[in-house]
Design a protein around this ligand. Structure first.
Ligand SMILES: Cc1cc2nc3c(=O)[nH]c(=O)nc-3n(C[C@H](O)[C@H](O)[C@H](O)COP(=O)(O)OP(=O)(O)OC[C@H]3O[C@@H](n4cnc5c(N)ncnc54)[C@H](O)[C@@H]3O)c2cc1C
Length: 431
């Protein structure tokens, strides 16, 4: 069946993808490669920046490899060999684990380049990318409540536009405007994060390890300093600069009333002078955004609308990584959408689409439930303190902490640590 013949005359595409970040560009690539006619609506124009740490663990690199992207250093990626963890007087270096499912290296690349690369990959696959189109809401069928398209504004004059398709994929990031327009709200019992970052010229730009700093102190009350649930990072970019930032979880009392920019400055002032994380080496301003975690927006499928990536609250509560989950959700969504479109409209197609939230839940649900409990626990400063003070001293615990927090473990086969994380994820009850 040719794709053109599957489109009704009043439809503009078989699938509309809203947002061309990692989730949107990835799903558009897979769908276009499967012969689906995809229209991607993106409010910005590429290349553009996105506030991010610019780092991928091996779990994220796997997604790039699956897409067929050349991840060698020659192709512009900065490779990391592993993670250096710093907590008080402790420093530990751990190479990325050797696993069957993920490569043994992570990568960094600015989102300025990264997102354009993914968007162009989607275009090359055949997706139609329309930039400068800010979607404002879903078009729903009055009788059924089914999403049948989107409305938005195009170009500098904000010309009203509307597009129709039998399926719409919300990949519009943390703002989740599309999901909100059909009443899919945030779940307040799931953790959120806030993260800020800035670029610095630094001799650490070619460090082969990425760095996690586990001790972020809230010293507003000098008599009662509190260890915050979160961490600071330094991700080398190989071009003379380092992406430096920090993220804090909503599970601490300090979450709402913290001045994140001030916290970042006070943390960086406490780092060694020679690293260069000082005002005179800073490039640009401190940028920040929310981190929607642990599936904090569901259902991930309802009435013709699928939520992917940040729009579906898919940032890991363990480490704040969101690109890999956005791309993983894209892979799962594409598979279900391709199957759905090959069936007649009605119950059979719906059954295929319901496979998407089920697949997400199977792939990430248990791990995220475990992460939500972890986020809640370390929101207590005493637990956070004990974890950094003792956790890193117990050598036998390190692989568990490392694999668990980075999400780099094998769900099939693997060693005792992999099996422990997989089993714990499976057994963790819903919140
Ligand atoms: C400070 C910070 C540091 C981070 N560091 C890391 C990190 O190092 N590694 C990591 O894996 N994750 C990190 N994250 C998380 C990561 O940035 C996100 O999880 C990831 O970008 C999610 O991808 P996405 O495609 O779902 O959404 P996004 O990347 O937000 O993409 C959404 C796209 O939709 C477009 N859009 C939005 N609204 C509309 C609309 N109404 N109409 C049309 N288009 C629209 C946007 O312009 C954008 O292109 C960090 C986040 C922050 C805030």
């Amino acid at each position: 069946m040719s794709t053109a013949s599957r489109r009704r005359p009043d439809e503009d595409a078989e699938v509309i993808v809203v947002g061309a970040g990692p989730a949107g560009a990835t799903v558009a690539t897979y769908l276009a490669r499967a012969g689906v006619d995809v229209l991607v609506l993106e409010k910005t124009t590429f290349p553009r920046d996105k506030v991010c740490g610019d780092g991928l663990t091996p779990r994220g690199v796997k997604q790039l490899i699956d897409l067929g992207i050349d991840t060698r250093e020659e192709a512009g990626w900065v490779h990391s060999r592993g993670l250096r963890i710093l907590a008080g007087e402790h420093t530990i270096e751990l190479d990325w684990p050797e696993l069957s499912n993920y490569p043994p290296y992570g990568v960094s690349r600015t989102r300025h380049d990264f997102d354009e690369l993914l968007a162009r990959t989607a275009e090359r696959a055949g997706a139609r990318l329309q930039e400068r189109t800010a979607v404002t809401e879903a078009i729903t069928e009055e009788r059924t409540g089914r999403v049948v398209g989107v409305r938005g504004k195009f170009g500098p004059d904000k010309e009203p536009v509307a597009y129709r398709a039998p399926l719409v994929l919300a990949c519009d990031g943390v703002s989740a405007r599309l999901a909100l327009s059909v009443g899919i709200d945030k779940l307040d019992n799931r953790p959120m994060g806030v993260a800020v970052r800035r670029y610095y010229k630094s001799p650490k730009h070619d460090d082969p390890m990425i760095e996690g700093h586990l001790e972020l102190w809230d010293r507003r009350d000098p008599d009662d300093p509190r260890l915050l649930p979160g961490y600071g990072w330094a991700f080398p970019l190989g071009d003379g600069t380092v992406n430096v930032g920090l993220g804090i979880l909503s599970t601490s009392k300090a979450f709402r009333n913290t001045d994140y920019r001030a916290l970042m400055r006070s943390w960086l002032d406490s780092t060694p002078q020679e690293w260069g994380f000082r005002e005179e080496n800073a490039i640009g301003r401190i940028g920040g955004a929310g981190l929607p975690m642990g599936f904090n927006r569901t259902p991930h499928y309802r009435n013709g609308l699928l939520l992917l990536g940040d729009a579906g609250g898919m940032v890991s509560p363990f480490n704040g990584e969101g690109i890999s989950a956005a791309m993983e959700s894209a892979q799962l969504a594409a598979e279900c959408v391709v199957q759905a479109l090959a069936r007649p409209e009605g119950p059979s197609r719906e059954r295929a689409l319901q496979g998407y939230p089920r697949a997400l839940s199977e792939e990430m649900g248990g791990y995220y439930r475990l992460g939500n409990l972890f986020a809640k626990a370390i929101g207590n400063p005493k637990v956070m303190r004990a974890s950094t003070k003792y956790g890193l001293r117990i050598k036998s615990l390190l692989p568990l902490i490392y694999k668990g927090m980075s999400g780099c473990y094998q769900t099939r086969g693997g060693d005792a640590v992999d099996r422990l994380i997989t089993t714990a994820s499976r057994l963790t009850p819903s919140a």
